[in-house]
Design a protein around this ligand. Structure first.
Ligand code: NDP
Length: 307
């Protein structure tokens, strides 16, 4: 029985050490090493390996990232369980980033950066936090963790998900019927949805039109969820006041792209959360142990929903 690490060698070395301690009975291989494919029961990768069909006894395919949209699900055999990365650092870093983003948009940091370019010393009015409504598209693990960190700031908090939710001190909207009502009461919109057929292009002109005038966008989901031209139009028309984007399409954003130099846009290079090898290895080891004990896996993907 063996585990195959199909990603960068540096993180692989950290995994190897952790596996030697945590699962000493499991053989460990890194991509490129000579391995009998029939031995591989568990595999971790960023994308679906081209030769996945070789691993006929594969039981679990782990994603090294928090999403699985980059996998070609059709080429993963039905019996293989697909598991996303759910490790403490991803959660902690996303909490930091969302707080940073909301405060950046709330306290006009993007406008002040532009003022600084012109050596302009000018204060802008800021509403009280209780008057700035913050809404999450997606109320999953990361959104709920970020919400807990935002609560002390007193922003009215809401979120929208597929299924009905109850979260203390959060206005919960769900389903298509409540989508517009959710948007109409959101001043800072945070996208933390997984990329699926249903969420591709969801941040588009009609969505922006439903947001109140002066609303702002914090996008931390996936680049293809955003219609970038529609965003630029909504910003240029003055309907939206600003956007902070951690994800774009494509990544990296090409030189000369209008988003790079837009005065109302702040871009970070997909760094909201980064998988840390020590905690990631612990998560994978714990999950393999759960699997062996017949327990439910953490981060198991529902392949019919795509997340
Ligand atoms: P979860 O799977 O825990 O949560 C997803 C949420 O989205 C759920 O609330 C789900 O609703 C909701 N959702 C999905 N599809 C729909 C839909 N069609 N309509 C309404 N709601 C929908 O995911 P996480 O919170 O762990 O992560 C979210 C995403 O964040 C990841 O998939 C990834 O793309 C992105 N991410 C970005 C990072 C970055 O560095 N920028 C780092 C890590 C993740 P329901 O609860 O009803 O199922």
């Amino acid at each position: 029985m063996a585990f195959l690490f199909n990603s960068d060698a540096a993180r692989g070395a950290v995994f190897r050490t952790a596996f030697a301690r945590g699962l000493p009975d499991l053989q460990f291989f890194q991509a490129g090493e000579d391995v009998d494919p029939d031995k591989i029961r568990y595999l971790i990768s960023w994308v679906t390996p081209d030769d996945i069909a070789r691993y006929r006894n594969l039981e679990i395919l782990f994603s090294i990232g928090a999403g699985v949209d980059q996998f070609k699900l059709a080429s993963v055999p039905e019996h293989v369980k697909l598991v996303r990365m759910v490790e403490d650092n991803i959660i902690r870093m996303m909490q930091e980033y969302v707080v940073l983003g909301v405060l950046t948009l709330h306290r006009e940091v993007i406008a002040y950066r532009e003022h600084q370019d012109h050596e302009e010393w000018r204060a802008l009015a800021v509403p009280h936090a209780t008057a700035r409504r913050v809404g999450f598209l997606g109320l999953g693990m990361l959104a709920q963790a970020a919400i807990e960190r935002l609560k002390p700031f007193q922003f009215p908090l809401t979120g929208w998900s597929r299924r009905r939710k109850e979260i203390e001190a959060v206005g919960c909207f769900y389903g298509e019927d409540q989508f517009v009502s959710f948007l109409e009461q959101t001043d800072i919109l945070i996208c933390l949805l997984p990329l699926t057929d249903e969420t591709r292009g969801i941040l588009n002109a009609p969505l922006f039109a439903h947001l109140p005038s002066g609303a702002r966008l914090l996008h931390v989901g996936r680049g293809p969820q955003l219609d970038q031209a529609a965003l630029i139009e909504a910003l240029d028309s003055g309907h939206l006041a600003g956007a902070m984007l951690d994800v774009t399409d494509p990544e990296p954003l090409p030189a000369g792209h209008p988003l790079w130099l837009h005065p109302k846009v702040l871009i970070t290079p997909h760094i909201a959360s980064v998988t840390q090898p020590q905690t990631a290895a612990k998560f994978v080891i714990d999950n393999i142990q759960r699997h062996r004990a017949g327990k439910k896996l953490i981060g198991l993907i529902d392949r019919t929903l795509g997340y």
